[in-house]
Design a protein around this ligand. Structure first.
Ligand code: SF4
Length: 353
């Protein structure tokens, strides 16, 4: 893909990705898929958080069969993640998966690949293929070592195996846990293909390290115009993955309709508990899909001035808090009423327009 070109558009259920569509947010359930009740509950929580495509693991026939019941109870398109088994891939598709994540290289020979490819074509669904540092095809690992070339060639080898049997709607990923390697791999891949790219840093880790690694890796690729869908991998509740993905898109300037909460780091001038209020406000405004900026600042000395572009803000003082709009204070409230009063003002601002 040369700069300025868009990728091919593919549809996962009713969600299109690539071809200039918005960057789609994905996540993956952590439940046993065959446990329909738990799986649906988690997917509904993910939908509510803003997840647009959800992936489930299919490790046995019970999981593959459960897809029928799960998809009947959710709105989000569902991707079935299958390794090694052509039979499970076909079962998952026949039970309603909107996309499959497979590597044809590990599901068998030509007969098995043709069997799955025919099913994919009959049901008109896309496939994600990819390589990560743990699954590079042996010959590419020997030829290139553990490198961007090995990841890209390994992924493209799997793409060609599907193309050979007429599969055209393909999404590709080349994930590593090493951020610079991930970024180099996707940049190289983007030069070689027009298929949409699924971005992610694999085994990113627990929340703090994982969010940073994903933000740096995914964020730098998005800012250079690479990527069509993203998944933040965290060893945490997958809802956290969706929140982190949203923050990455926002930080990259790719999502505007949200309420931004700015808050100061506090310092020795801070005279009240601004940190806990900042966290509460962040949760409170999460469901709103409109562009606005709310500030929670530690002191009245510098707060209103430092946050003068905020539509609404609060700054604390000695037992008293100031409410301000665009840097101009307009109301004094007792610090003990700060939370209740400020949330009321936010509701007025966001609901009252
Ligand atoms: S707004 Fe006040 S408390 Fe917050 S960092 Fe600035 S000077 Fe410190």
């Amino acid at each position: 893909m040369t700069k300025g070109q868009t990728t091919k558009k593919v549809c996962v259920g009713n969600v299109a990705l690539g071809g200039g569509e918005p960057i789609r947010i994905q996540s993956m359930t952590t439940t046993k898929t065959a446990d329909v009740e738990k799986t649906v509950a988690q997917i509904v929580a993910l939908e509510k958080a803003g997840c647009e495509i959800v992936r489930v693991a299919v490790s046995d026939e019970a999981d593959a069969l459960a897809i029928k019941e799960v998809t009947a109870k959710i709105k989000t398109p569902l991707v079935a993640d299958i390794h090694f088994s052509p039979k499970l891939a076909v079962m998952a598709i026949e039970n309603g998966a909107d996309k499959v994540r497979i590597n044809p290289g590990n599901i068998g020979g030509e007969t098995e690949i043709r069997y799955v490819a025919d099913c994919i074509k009959t049901h008109h669904i896309p496939v994600r293929v990819g390589a990560n540092t743990g699954s590079i095809e042996k010959n590419f690992l020997e030829k290139y070592g553990r490198s961007a070339e090995a990841l890209v060639e390994s992924a493209l080898y799997n793409v060609r195996l599907l193309e050979k049997f007429g599969v055209e709607d393909i999404v590709i990923s080349v994930k590593a846990s090493d951020v610079p390697l991930t970024v180099r791999s996707y940049a190289l891949l983007a030069q070689k293909t027009q298929y949409p790219l699924h971005l992610g840093v694999t085994e990113a880790g627990t929340t703090e390290a994982g969010v940073v690694k994903s933000a740096v890796g995914i964020g730098s690729l998005l800012l250079s115009g690479i990527g069509d869908t993203i998944r933040v991998s965290l060893t945490d509740d997958p809802v956290r993955e969706v929140y982190a993905a949203q923050h990455i898109l926002r930080a990259c300037g790719m999502e505007e309709n949200y309420v931004e909460v700015v808050s100061c780091p506090t310092c020795g001038r801070c005279a009240w508990e601004s940190m806990s209020l900042a966290n509460k406000v962040t949760e409170f405004v999460r469901p709103y899909k409109k562009k606005a900026k709310i500030a929670v600042m530690g002191c009245v000395v510098n707060g209103p001035g430092e946050a003068k572009d905020a539509d609404l803000g609060i700054a604390g003082g000695n037992g008293v808090c100031m409410l301000f709009k665009k840097g101009e204070t307009y109301k004094k409230i007792a610090a003990c009423d700060a939370e209740e009063e400020f949330l009321k003002e936010i509701r007025l601002l966001l609901d009252g327009e």
